[in-house]
Design a protein around this ligand. Structure first.
Ligand code: ATP
Ligand code: MG
Length: 631
């Protein structure tokens, strides 16, 4: 086994040789002539001259060896359905969908917007697009008409694939009226809408525009639609970032680089073996759903679980029940979801035989130590934090146990992944911070490795201006996250660059203060923001959710707990980190993808407008904070 350090060094010093090697993990129709064309930085073109197809690599190429093995396992605790599709069946369904899209006039390069709940047809639609070279743009099913309309406007889809309804916690959410309204609001009108009728909600079909998947599928039952061989640089999809820091950005991804990056990550990071089962609890509306529900596991020849439902219904054991039933080996989730489960009894976890499980991967938000500790003890398997972005498509920082087994460290997502030349930069001087334990902005020296964004959809200028800094020839990609690297190369993410607090000249990441506060035994979750202060420049304000709200009987109890929390911070960070106030709420404002909306809290604290809130989960959460501040 090579050492990871050696593996990493090779990826940075001899990227062409390194990635040419990784490219062998997938099937190509024609091999690449140029591994990386970086003649127009920061635009990197990977595997130029090569032709391949994502759907071929995810589905067709497995038919020879594993046609009758499970490929897609669809489980819904909302409609009580469980359907297993083998690779052969998935192949047939995808061709039926591809034939239907072709019938509706979709051609290579056309956009197809997918606005779907977590049902198997959503994956069929994504794979069908990849098969014929159409560009998919998946919009999270939880978004309402306004957000959907702006995405229709931007993607200009020829066809929209949708469904009558989704369901959440047993409550039906009708999609069709939201879609109709979004199309009405948008200046771009899709020619056709293909609808899956789940019989959850009645639909008014628009004659000439709306088509039912059931009927189309029947018509194309025997369809044979070959994979279109696409240039490696052909756009596979566009997808929006979560909108945590402002208006979401439309990320554009290629075909060949993405396929190689995913295949490599499945081997080196997730150690996925063909025939095993992968379970990612994310949603296809997010990048994790694209990379690690649909494409990654299937490319690796694994079965993948697509779960529609809450982690707590019918009870908090549902995920673990699925792990037992389908012998899941690799599971991917988010710290937010684990924190939801943490409020429940550990017994739910102990009830099931989890011996198949080899690791749990968590990403999307900082993983606080108490949460990591709790789930690690409960599961008895390695908990592997991984840090990345919609923009990168696969982990920037984590542990590559498939290359060399390394221990993970609580609080750290890990080391720089192969292909990512990660540099910490002093945000004031712009100098690289080479020593250990120095705080700086996490940047990546161009070119970005395969799988990362090509550009911002239809806006090269925004791509360059938003993300890239530094001198020509030495351009750096800015992650907008703030971090620190220890002497062993392990990184710690300290928060977003927007969230750095400057208290009387001391620079602190909100994350550092949050981490400290969450170590108090009665704190379930906390958000810290920096608020302008005449005297100190900025002060920290904390909003916390308590585990046991019954302790907060009266004002005195509030003050007592606030004092305790401050004492915890004083002890770990010193008085500079101590928040000016610690206020208690029952829920924190988050994006639909479960990220804390610190910028909205900060704006409210400073009496400013809260900005773009289209991706916010629960407006009542922000209202609670407003009410508190007014009281
Ligand atoms: P937007 O870019 O629209 O403001 P967003 O940054 O939340 O939204 P995503 O691409 O979904 O959109 O999230 C990526 C960000 O999530 C990272 O830049 C980082 O701030 C945070 N993040 C992801 N994984 C981790 C992790 N393991 N530890 C700490 N932070 C993480
Ligand atoms: Mg971001």
């Amino acid at each position: 086994m090579t050492s990871y350090a050696e593996f990493y060094r090779r990826s940075i010093e001899q990227p062409d040789a390194f990635w040419a090697e990784q490219a062998k993990l997938i099937d190509w129709k024609t091999p690449a002539q140029t591994i990386c064309d970086y003649s127009h930085p920061p635009f990197a073109r990977w595997f130029v001259g090569g032709t391949t197809n994502l759907c071929h690599n995810a589905v067709d190429r497995h038919l020879k060896e594993r046609a009758d093995q499970s490929a897609l396992i669809y489980v819904s605790t909302e409609t009580d359905e469980e359907v297993i599709y083998t690779f052969r069946e998935l192949h047939a369904e995808v061709q039926r969908m591809a034939a239907s899209l072709l019938e509706l006039g979709v051609r290579k390069g056309d956009r197809v917007l997918i606005y779907m709940p977590m049902i198997a047809e959503a994956a069929f639609a994504m794979l069908a697009c990849a098969r014929i070279g159409a560009i998919h743009s998946v919009v999270f099913g939880g978004f309402a008409s306004g957000s959907l309309a702006s995405r229709i406007e931007d993607a200009e889809p020829r066809v929209v694939v949708s469904a009558d309804a989704g369901s959440r916690g047993g409550k039906v959410v009708a999609y069709k009226p939201l879609l109709d309204e979004a199309i009405r609001l948008s200046t771009h009108k899709p020619e056709s809408v293909l609808l899956v009728d789940r019989k959850l909600s009645a639909m008014n079909l628009v004659a000439g525009r709306d088509h039912l998947w059931g009927a189309m599928r029947q018509k194309h039952l025997q369809a044979e639609v070959p994979c279109e061989w696409l240039d490696a640089t052909h756009v596979s999809y566009t997808l929006y970032t979560s909108g945590t820091t402002g208006k979401p950005k439309g990320v554009q991804r290629d075909t060949g680089g993405y396929a190689v990056a995913l295949a490599a990550s499945m081997k080196h990071i997730f150690e996925g073996k063909p025939g095993e089962t992968y379970f990612s609890t994310s949603d296809i509306g997010w990048v994790v759903g694209h990379s690690y529900i649909v494409y990654g596991p299937l490319i690796a020849g694994m079965a993948t679980i697509m779960y529609e439902g809450l982690p707590t219904r019918p009870d908090a054991g549902i995920w673990w029940q699925l792990v037992e039933k389908y012998k899941v080996t690799r599971m991917f989730s988010a710290p937010t979801a684990v924190r939801v489960l943490k409020k429940q009894n550990l017994e739910f976890l102990k009830k099931y035989d989890l011996s198949s499980l080899k690791a749990l991967y968590l990403a999307g938000e900082p993983l606080d130590e108490p949460t990591a500790q709790w789930i690690s003890e409960g599961l008895g398997v390695p908990i592997i934090d991984n840090y990345w972005q919609t923009e990168t498509g696969w982990p920037i920082l984590t542990i590559a146990n498939g290359v060399e087994k390394k221990p993970s460290r609580f609080g750290s997502p890990g080391v720089a992944m192969y292909g990512y030349d990660v540099k910490l930069i002093d945000d004031i001087t712009g100098e690289e911070l080479k020593g250990p334990d120095q705080k700086g902005v996490v940047t990546i020296e161009g070119p970005l490795p395969p799988g990362c964004m090509q550009t911002v959809w239809r806006d090269d200028d925004r791509f360059v201006k938003t993300y890239w800094t530094g001198a020509a020839g030495k351009l750096r990609y800015n992650t907008f996250d703030w971090g620190i690297r220890d002497k062993d190369g392990y990184f710690f993410i300290l928060g977003r660059t927007d969230d750095v607090i400057n208290v009387a000249g001391h620079r602190l990441g909100t994350r550092e203060i949050e981490e400290s506060i969450s170590s108090h035994p009665n704190i379930a979750e906390v958000a810290v923001v920096g608020v302008a202060d005449q005297l100190k420049g900025q002060v920290a304000m904390a909003f916390a959710v308590v585990k046991d709200a019954s302790l907060l009987v009266d004002a005195a109890a509030h003050l007592k707990l606030e004092g305790e929390v401050m004492a915890v911070v004083d002890k770990s960070l010193g008085a500079v980190g101590r928040p000016a106030r610690v206020r208690f709420v029952t829920v924190l404002p988050k994006t639909r993808s479960g990220k804390l909306l610190r910028r909205a809290i900060q704006a409210v604290c400073e009496g400013r407008d809260a900005g773009d809130l289209t991706t916010m989960e629960d407006p009542a959460a922000l209202q609670q904070i407003k009410d508190l501040l007014a009281s």
